[in-house]
Design a protein around this ligand. Sequence first.
Ligand SMILES: [Zn+2]
Length: 143
Amino acid sequence: MGHSLRSSTLVPRGFVVYNTAIDDGVMLIAIRPASTASLCPICGTRSERIHSRYQRRLADLPLVGKPVRLVIDARRFHCDAVLCGRRIFTERFDGDVLAPSSRRTARLDHIVHHLGLALGGRPAATSAKRLMLPVSVRGRNTT
Ligand SMILES: [Zn+2]
């Protein structure tokens, strides 16, 4: 075969896997950004000075028949630019990978979006459930 499956190929680009676990049938993949710095969203200044860390949990594509949650070790940085009004900012990720405040990865969101367009409402939710894709129906999670 010649190809090996590395854990880094399973997660969105720009992230590194540092732990995996299965909790109540859900595969948890702990990842952190590969970069050591982030750009202030207000002034664009690069910062490596970390203020704090927090975790984001996002749904991702299912893997080997199990729903997947990415547990991201996200960071807040200091902005040291003198004229910038933002002292602390949350790091942003590539919008094609993880949109700000999103509860699922962009690749999962893309599939759910197109399922919704193709099938609409309840049929889309049923298909998503069969595919083990986490979607909300009237504000309730299906997984
Ligand atoms: Zn700034």
